[in-house]
Design a protein around this ligand. Structure first.
Ligand SMILES: *Cc1c(COP(=O)(O)O)cnc(C)c1O
Length: 365
């Protein structure tokens, strides 16, 4: 049995250190906004090259609060990608804005900067790119479009912790950015968790208030806020893992490289690296017109695989009113042919070879 992600393998490697950290948290009985959250925020800010990093309760909350604090709200339009997890667009809706979906680049699967430009209206307030599957979106052109048109950019970095462009981390290009520590993400905790990064002092202050009931001084509330804090248990785990994130991501890149080498002669399109940014392979996603055949063969061999994402957001029932008649042909074609294979830092060479040999046999059979 080969899963999409093997959380147990990573836990066993880090068990002593994680258990020790957890015991310290339990003994201290400081569970909310204590020393581990403060230390993790400092360590994450240093790693990400951000002036501020603020821990929150999930990646979804990180995006929600990042948009709110950047001043996006009622009546605004936010241009984003339809080829992402629903949370990207949910966050836009939470603040009262409207998600405007535009098509993607057929090679990188990331939002197309030219399509962004064509979708700008008087109501457009922001652009929300997703660094999908761990590959940085085209920051150079997206930043330029935003600057030329006076738009804010809020990055969805849920899948891109540690990805960079010329040494600059994703999450440091926009007004603010949201990260997720859902267990299966490149940097994952053991529950829900998230992080907002920003270089803007005012945005940082707003996020700190918003995550804690709109309060800076206890029992004095300036705005309607939320209960959205990263907790000490999760922060303690994240501190152990943050030290290893570059190794984790290096291993992911190694897995991807071997997959792509072994599949070079097969009729599947392996992931494209644009050569501009460092792809950290949250997912290893191929394109194939024989997806059902491959999925069936893998399933029979006890190997997991998954379709991320089968229904693009502009085709989801929840956005039916916003998107009726909207056609995004590149996204729709990719949604029909994409297939993600198991990838995690601990995936072994022999397992990768076995997975590819099963795909090979399925395509030859
Ligand atoms: C996982 C994910 C989120 C949401 O993160 P949670 O921590 O699960 O709330 C948002 N956007 C993308 C692209 C994601 O993959």
């Amino acid at each position: 049995m080969i899963p999409m992600v093997d959380l147990k393998a990573q836990y066993l490697q880090l068990k002593d250190e994680i258990n020790q950290s957890l015991e310290q948290v339990l003994e201290s009985c400081a569970f909310i906004l204590g020393p581990n959250v403060r230390a993790f925020e400092e360590e994450a800010a240093a790693y990400l090259g951000a002036k501020h990093a603020i821990g929150v309760a999930s990646g979804t909350d990180a995006l929600h609060l990042a948009l709110l604090a950047a001043g996006i709200g009622d009546g605004d339009e936010v241009i984003t990608t339809p080829f992402t997890f629903i949370a990207t667009a949910e966050a836009i809706r939470y603040v009262g804005a409207k998600p405007v979906f535009v098509d993607i680049n057929p090679k990188t699967f990331n939002i197309d900067p030219v399509a962004i430009e064509s979708a700008i209206t008087e109501k457009t307030a922001a652009v929300m790119p997703v660094h999908l599957f761990g590959q940085p979106a085209d920051m150079q052109r997206i930043v330029a479009v935003c600057e030329q048109n006076g738009l804010k950019m809020v990055e969805d970095c849920a899948q891109s912790f540690g990805a960079s462009i010329a040494g600059r981390q994703t999450g440091s290009f926009g007004a603010s950015a949201g990260f997720s520590f859902f267990p299966s993400k490149n940097l994952g905790c053991y529950g829900d968790g998230g992080l907002v990064t920003t270089d803007d002092d005012e945005i940082a202050d707003r996020i700190k208030m918003l995550r804690n009931h709109g309060s800076e001084v206890r029992y004095y509330h300036d705005v309607i806020g939320y209960n959205s804090r990263l907790d000490e248990v999760q922060a303690a785990i994240l501190r152990v893992k943050l030290k290893r994130i570059d190794d984790f991501n290096r291993n992911r890149r190694g897995v991807a490289q071997l997959y792509s080498e072994l599949m070079a002669d097969l009729p599947v399109t392996v992931p494209y690296e644009d050569g501009v940014g460092v792809h950290v392979y949250h997912q290893y996603t191929v394109l194939t017109d024989r997806r059902d055949t491959i999925m069936q063969a893998l399933q029979q061999a006890g190997i997991a695989c998954a379709v991320y994402y089968p229904v693009p957001l502009h085709r989801q029932k929840v956005f039916a009113n916003d998107c009726s008649g909207l056609g995004l042909p590149v996204t729709e074609a990719i949604a029909e042919s994409c297939l993600s294979l198991p990838i995690y830092p601990e995936l072994q060479e022999a397992e990768i070879r076995r997975i590819v040999s099963i795909i090979r046999a399925a395509l030859n059979g």
